[in-house]
Ligand binder design. Structure first.
Ligand code: ZN
Length: 482
C-alpha cells in the first residue's frame, strides 16, 4: 500500500492525538491467531486450501451483492466449532461438508458449529450463503470501494472479511476461484487468469482462477464499465490493465510503461513471481494505491491530477509492482513484519527514481536518516510497530515502515556491500516464493549470505528506539525528537 500525502497527514494527526489502546477483548471474544497488531483476526485450528467466491452484482453499487463463499480447509486441531472472520454482510445459511450447520455472528467472527466434530487432519468444505455489503459500516474501513462505475476491493490490512467469510490473515494463503455475475454492460476482472465467460439472459458470469496462493488481503474484484487492455511483458508474461472505457486513450501513456518496469525489477531481483500483472485504474478517491495480487489498484487521480511529477508517478507504479515480490509472493507472517513489505517496496521505488530520473537515492536516505528517530518515536521501531490507532487499521502504515525501513535496507547494503545485498534480495524472493516469512527469517538469510552473524546489526536497526550510526556515514545525524 502507498498512502498519498493527504491521507498520510490526516493519519499522522490522528495517531499523535490518540493515546487510546485498542479495546480490551470481552469474555466471549471471537478467536484470533494472536497477531500482535490485530489479535482478533485470523483463526486457529485450520488451514484454508482454497476459496471459491461467487458474487452477483445487480448494477447498483449501493445494494448488497448476493454471494456464496466456499472454503476448502484442513482441520489442524479437532474442532467442534469453526471461527471464520466475517462482518458487514447478512449470513443466510451455512453448510459444513454438505450438512446444515448452526452459526452465530460475534464481533467480527462468524462462528460455525458443524453437526459433528471435525477430527484433526480432516478436510472440510464450508459453504456460506450471504450478502456482501458495499456500503461501509461506520465501525469498519476497507473492503469494497465504490467507484464512479461499480466496485473494486481494498482489503489491506485486514478487511477482506468485510467482503467474504475467510481466515483473514496473510499467514494463511490459499488458491482462489472467483465467479462474478453482472449485467452484460459491465466487465468483471479479478486476480489470476480468466477461466471462462458465460452469457445468461442479460447477465454475464466471469470466472477467474489464481495460479499461485494468495493472502485474503490481496484479493481484487473489479466490476465496472471498463476495458481490459492486453499486452505482453517480458518473456511473454500476460499484462492486462483494467481502465474505465471512456479513459482508455488517456491512460495509455502510463500503461505502456509497465513491461519495462517489470523488466527492470526482474533485472534487480529475478523472475516476476506470478501468472500475470496489470494496473487497475479506479474512479475513486481511496487516498492510497494498493498491490492487489497480479492487478494493482490505482486511483484515477494519481494519473490525471497533474500535481505529481512524472518520475514520482512512475516510482509509485514501481512501488506497487515491487510488492508483487515483496509482500505478495513472500507474505508477512504477522503484521509486525510489515516493514519487509513496505521497506522493500519503498527501496525499489527510490532506486527506480534514482536510476531512471536522477533523483538521488543517497539524498533521500540522508533525509530519512534525519527523520528516523522521530518516525521511531511515532510509530515504533521498524520491526516492532505500534498498534493501529483505535478504529483506524490502516494507521499501521506509518513513515517508519516506508522510508524508515528502506533506510534499514540502505544501512544493510552499507554494512555488507552492494554485491552481497543483491544476492540477499534474490535469495529472499526465491527462498520464500509463494510462502510466508518472518523478520527472523530475513535476519538469518542475510547472515548466511553475508557469511557472518548480523543479529547484532539488525537488533539496533529493527528494534532500537534510536537509529544506529549509519555504516560508512558516521556524519549523518538524526534530528532531535520533539
Ligand atoms: Zn506499499
Amino acid at each position: 500500500m502507498l498512502l498519498k500525502p493527504r491521507l498520510k497527514a490526516a493519519l499522522l494527526a490522528a495517531a499523535s492525538l490518540s493515546l487510546l489502546a485498542a479495546s480490551a477483548p470481552s469474555p466471549a471474544a471471537p478467536l484470533g491467531i494472536g497477531d500482535p497488531l490485530f489479535p482478533h483476526l485470523g483463526n486457529p485450528g485450520y488451514d484454508v486450501q482454497a476459496y471459491d467466491l461467487s458474487f452477483s452484482y445487480g448494477g447498483s453499487n449501493l445494494d448488497p451483492l448476493d454471494a456464496v463463499t466456499k472454503i476448502d480447509a484442513v482441520a489442524t486441531d479437532s474442532l467442534d466449532r469453526v471461527n471464520l472472520d466475517f462482518a458487514q454482510g447478512e449470513v443466510r445459511s451455512v453448510e459444513v461438508n454438505g450438512a446444515k450447520a448452526a452459526f452465530a455472528s460475534m464481533g467480527e467472527d462468524l462462528i460455525v458449529t458443524p453437526a459433528r466434530e471435525l477430527p484433526a487432519g480432516s478436510r472440510m468444505r464450508i459453504t456460506v450463503h450471504h450478502t456482501s455489503n458495499p456500503v461501509p459500516d461506520k465501525r469498519y474501513e476497507g473492503g469494497w470501494v465504490r467507484t464512479g462505475d461499480g466496485l473494486v476491493m481494498a482489503n489491506q490490512a485486514d478487511a477482506a472479511h468485510l467482503v467474504f467469510p475467510c481466515n483473514d490473515h496473510p499467514s494463511d494463503k490459499a488458491q482462489f476461484t472467483f465467479r462474478v455475475t453482472a449485467p452484460r454492460e459491465y466487465t468483471a476482472v479479478t486476480n489470476g487468469l480468466a477461466a471462462g465467460r458465460e452469457r445468461s439472459g442479460s447477465d454475464t458470469t466471469w470466472t477467474y482462477r489464481t495460479v499461485h496462493p494468495m493472502a485474503t488481503e490481496l484479493a481484487q474484484v473489479a466490476i465496472g464499465r471498463s476495458t481490459v487492455v492486453h499486452r505482453k511483458g517480458p518473456h511473454g508474461l500476460p499484462v492486462r490493465d483494467v481502465v474505465p472505457t471512456e479513459d482508455r486513450k488517456l491512460f495509455e501513456r502510463w500503461l505502456r510503461k509497465t513491461p519495462d518496469q517489470i523488466a527492470w525489477m526482474e533485472q534487480k531481483v529475478g523472475r516476476y513471481p506470478f501468472e500475470a500483472y496489470g494496473v487497475l485504474i479506479a474512479d475513486a478517491e481511496t487516498g492510497f494505491e494498493l498491490e492487489t495480487q497480479t492487478l494493482s489498484l490505482f486511483e484515477r487521480s494519481l494519473f490525471t491530477r497533474n500535481v505529481f511529477p512524472e518520475w514520482y508517478v512512475d516510482s509509485i507504479m514501481v512501488h506497487e509492482l515491487a510488492h508483487q515480490w515483496f509482500g505478495n509472493s513472500v507474505s508477512p507472517r504477522t503484521w509486525s513484519d510489515l516493514w519487509l513489505n513496505e521497506g522493500h517496496a519503498s527501496w525499489y521505488e527510490a532506486l527506480y527514481a534514482d536510476e531512471k530520473a536522477g533523483q538521488p537515492l543517497e539524498d533521500r536516505m540522508r533525509d530519512a536518516y534525519r527523520q528516523s528517530d522521530s518516525w521511531r518515536a511515532m510509530g515504533g521501531p521498524p520491526a516492532a510497530p505500534k498498534r493501529p490507532s483505535h478504529g483506524q487499521k490502516i494507521s499501521i502504515f506509518r513513515p517508519v515502515v516506508y522510508d524508515g525501513s528502506a533506510l534499514v535496507l540502505y544501512a544493510l547494503r552499507q554494512e555488507i556491500g552492494a554485491k552481497a545485498f543483491d544476492r540477499l534480495e534474490r535469495a529472499w524472493v526465491a527462498s520464500f516464493a509463494d510462502g510466508v516469512a518472518t523478520t527472523t527469517d530475513f535476519v538469518h538469510l542475510a547472515s548466511r549470505v553475508a557469511g557472518r552473524d548480523l543479529s547484532g546489526f539488525f537488533q539496533g536497526w529493527l528494534y532500537g528506539e534510536k537509529t544506529p550510526v549509519m555504516p560508512g556515514k558516521p556524519q549523518w545525524k538524526a534530528n532531535p525528537v520533539d
